[in-house]
Design a protein around this ligand. Structure first.
Ligand SMILES: [Zn+2]
Length: 848
């Protein structure tokens, strides 16, 4: 009959004097039994009811969850068992970490302790008795749990099944323990964080349902190459559980306010989910209707897709647009399609000259089309907020890139003042209309409601609108290239001004989160803005200098890093520092500062899809500030202003051919002791072959392993049980090398978690270390794409491996710098918890 409940603020009920209902015989069962949407707060009330009414009208079906007393509908572990309550008498109920049972992991408990299991089972039985009709009984790990007990019992299972093994074994114990008394009860748990990695062969019992929280890159289809790992893991979970539930995130869920592509990914997701025979879907959305562009549309479309996956996403989008935007709908549709068409460019490259001017043009037309309809006009203006903010934030980059690719600065017709004048009063209008996160908790009085609204409004003003407006005001139109890069062709340069660098994923400031990465206006900066990183903030890392840049690759491939030392600062004001040459890849990101506070990710939009593993020269432009830093402005605060990062794509370097690799293999191995076979006279201190130097942080051990080895009698094993410093093993005797020549490093490695590293240091003729400059660094070129593969989930890499329990070959070309006559080689294992084995580490020259 055409009734629509688009949001709690917007319904469309056609007025018809007569309704005729044809003979109906519809028999339909939805593809997913449960369809739940979580919207932060969940208390919003509009003129057409509250959240719950909205959900019911759109036929959202929530499951009934049996939860422990005081527990939530998920993350219930600590409500079932908290090791703190028992720690005095039973430390062994807690987690074994760094050589002892402790509360380092807070409420995380041992999964294999028989007493813990019994206590939880009894509590669970009581919960089921008290709530006999629940659809699920939730027993799932606490949020933020990325570590686990490493007692012998837990590690025994983990060794066989991987990280999730002990957790699954624990849940299976509970499942077996309830099935006779409660044959219909189903335990629900998570595949998330520490339990995200599918087990090797172990499966959940039939009375367990697993909620899989693996999404990959949300704005891209699950079938996109970038999501191959996520898809593989979701499919692996299908094999390991009879009952599956999918936890979705409202694309780019956490507070992002700029326009973003998402709808095509719904089509793809809802093609996949029915095939996986999922019984329920959950959508987590952390922010409500305003101010994220089209967030109400996303939720409405998602819920209708969940009810009937055969419905066309773009027909639903059209329906929503027609109902909400009236005569402006065609322009809104064009805008959404334009955004979607550019999804491969999201985030950084989406907001360029062409997109921003095109999208602003469509909004101009949309506003004109509904000029006589105040309601539709208000909705269009609300939808425009995100684009206006993006325009201000990407101002400098958009115009600069346009000019570099042959355009004129005067082509840019957008007016800053007009946009700023549009943005600021809009929030007040939205609030006045009551559409602002209205926080209508039923028992609140008018004053409480008003206070809550003002709080949200103030927060949004402070954390998003004001910083973006300030940034836009200060933004210069065009950044000139530094003289040393003036001759480089424009298509080889990626020039990122402060606003883009400052935010970890290039999307812009996050609602609700005051963040010191937000750029501050600085007229000295080429962009007009700079990110200020204070010495105070970097205190735990020894201050802001040395200033770190690094490449982290979630697949465990070669990364690398460089730093600016206090000695390298040569003067006042902004200066360009060449950080070195790095091979980027589609699974890598760039991090800055000792705390990795700033992360540029994903890098995909910069990279040539046909050859993502390209080498790049990376430059940083920064100035020091404060009396505590060399050449710092004496009146300023101690710290560094970073205004720009420039990446210059260099010509592909020569890659080793298989013939060269084979020729090298016949040459002499220059590295002694790399087979780790115990010789006659081991070092009495370490028990290792002589010539190996060990540096192991707390919780790390280095030993020879006679059982697990690739060849000979032993391998070298590094075990880490804590997150303290990395363990490294270096070869004491530097390898003599020919300056400028190319060498092949080969090795066999095996690991339970990634983060294996190889490091090389260059020495001069007298075996003194060469100054730490880009020209003195060994260039590492992976010959084989080796090692395990990983994925990124909520920016937390979780471990997985390509060939578990076997040695993986590594081959790497090393190009020796012109000044180097000796090479130091070391092996490392850091960040990871687990073990790594090295064997047959060799260095051979490749003779041309
Ligand atoms: Zn344990």
């Amino acid at each position: 009959m055409g009734c629509r409940w688009y949001t709690v603020f917007d319904e469309a009920i056609p007025s018809k004097p007569n309704i005729s209902v044809p003979a109906l015989d519809v028999n339909y069962s939805p593809a997913f039994k449960f369809r739940t949407i979580y919207r932060q707060g969940g208390h919003h009330r509009g003129p057409y009811g509250g959240e719950q009414e909205w959900c019911l009208r759109n036929r959202s079906v929530a499951e009934e969850v049996g939860r422990p007393p005081g527990g939530s509908t998920c993350h219930t572990y600590s409500a079932y068992f908290n090791p703190k309550d028992y720690f005095d008498n039973h430390p062994e109920y807690a987690s074994f970490m760094n050589g002892k049972y402790n509360l380092e992991l807070h409420d995380q408990f041992c999964q294999t302790n028989p007493d813990v299991r019994k206590i939880v089972l009894e509590k669970l039985r009581k919960v089921i008795r008290d709530n006999p009709n629940a659809d699920y009984y939730e027993v799932s790990t606490n949020d933020g749990n990325r570590q686990r007990c490493q007692c012998p019992g837990c590690m025994e299972i983990e060794k066989q099944e991987g990280r999730t093994g002990p957790f699954m074994d624990f849940i299976n114990f509970l499942a077996d323990g309830i099935k006779d008394e409660f044959p219909k009860a189903i335990i629900r748990t998570f595949a998330y964080n520490v339990t995200a990695l599918p087990t090797k062969t172990m499966k959940y019992r039939p009375n367990v349902c697993v909620r899989v929280c693996i999404t990959g890159t949300e704005h891209l289809p699950f079938t996109a190459p970038e999501n191959a790992f996520a898809l593989r893991d979701v499919q692996a979970w299908r094999e390991r559980a009879t009952r599956l539930f999918k936890w979705d995130y409202d694309g780019l869920a956490h507070g992002q306010v700029f326009p973003a592509p998402i709808f095509d990914s719904y089509t793809d997701r809802f093609n996949l989910y029915p095939k996986l025979n999922i019984e329920g879907l959950f959508l987590e959305s952390e922010l409500m209707v305003s101010p994220r562009p089209f967030v109400g549309m996303r939720h409405w479309v998602w819920l209708h897709k969940a009810e009937d996956p055969s419905r066309d996403v773009w027909e639903l989008v059209q329906d929503f647009s027609n109902g909400m935007y009236g005569k402006a709908a065609p322009h809104i549709m064009s805008l959404l399609k334009l955004t979607e068409k550019r999804k491969q460019d999201y985030p950084y490259n989406l907001y360029d000259f062409s997109y921003l001017t095109g999208a602003q043009g469509l909004f101009d037309k949309a506003e004109k089309a509904v000029a006589d309809s105040p309601k539709a006009l208000a909705r269009v203006r609300e939808a425009r907020l995100g684009l206006d903010l993006a325009t201000l934030y990407y101002w400098t980059k958009a115009i600069t890139d346009h000019v570099r690719s042959g355009g004129k600065e005067s082509d840019w017709k957008l007016n800053k003042d007009t946009i700023i004048a549009r943005v600021e009063p809009l929030l007040l209008a939205v609030q006045k209309e009551g559409r602002w996160l209205s926080c209508g908790v039923p028992h609140w009085n008018a004053q409480q409601k008003q206070q809550a609204e003002e709080k949200w409004l103030t927060k949004f003003q402070q954390t998003v609108v004001q910083p973006v407006v300030n940034c836009g005001r200060a933004a210069k139109n065009v950044m000139p290239l530094p003289p040393e890069l003036e001759t480089v062709p424009a298509d080889r340069i990626v020039d990122l001004p402060a606003p883009v660098i400052g935010f970890c994923d290039g999307r812009g400031p996050f609602y609700e989160q005051v963040d010191d990465r937000i750029p501050v206006p600085d007229p000295q900066s080429t962009a007009g803005n700079a990110v200020f990183i204070s010495n105070e903030r970097m205190k735990a890392f020894g201050g802001v200098l040395p200033f770190h840049l690094g490449i982290y690759d979630s697949t465990g491939r070669v990364g690398g890093g460089a730093r600016i030392n206090p000695d390298d600062i040569k003067g006042e004001g902004y200066r360009l520092y060449k950080m070195g040459r790095f091979r980027l890849s589609d699974t890598a990101y760039i991090y800055l500062t000792g705390s990795w506070q700033i992360q540029i990710r994903p890098l995909i939009p910069f990279l040539n899809p046909d050859n993502p593993d390209h080498p790049w020269d990376i430059y940083l432009s920064l100035k020091t500030s404060g009396p505590g830093l060399p050449f710092g402005d004496k009146t300023g605060k101690d710290g560094i202003f970073l205004d720009r990062m420039i990446l210059v794509r260099v010509d592909e370097e020569r890659k080793l051919t298989r013939g060269e690799v084979r020729a090298a293999e016949k040459g002499e191995n220059l590295l002694a002791s790399g087979d780790f076979d115990r010789n006659e006279k081991p070092d009495p201190k370490t028990g290792l072959p002589r010539g190996l130097r060990v540096s192991a942080g707390e919780g790390a051990t280095v030993a020879l392993d006679a059982e697990t080895k690739a060849s000979g009698t032993h391998s070298l094993r590094i075990t880490r049980s804590g997150d303290a410093g990395a363990a490294t093993v270096s070869f004491a005797d530097p390898v003599p090398v020919v300056p400028g020549a190319t060498y092949l490093l080969s090795a066999k490695v095996m690991f339970t978690d990634r983060h294996i590293s190889f490091a090389f240091g260059c020495l001069d003729e007298k075996k003194n270390g060469l100054p730490h400059q880009p020209d003195n660094l060994v260039k590492m070129e992976p010959v084989t794409r080796y090692l395990g593969i990983g994925s990124t989930y909520f920016n937390v890499p979780y471990a997985c491996q390509e060939k578990p329990n076997s040695f993986n070959p590594i081959e790497m070309a090393l190009v020796i710098p012109a000044q180097a006559h000796y090479l130091n080689v070391s092996l490392g294992y850091g960040h990871a918890i687990g073990a790594a084995w090295f064997d047959d580490v060799q260095v051979r020259q490749i003779l041309a």
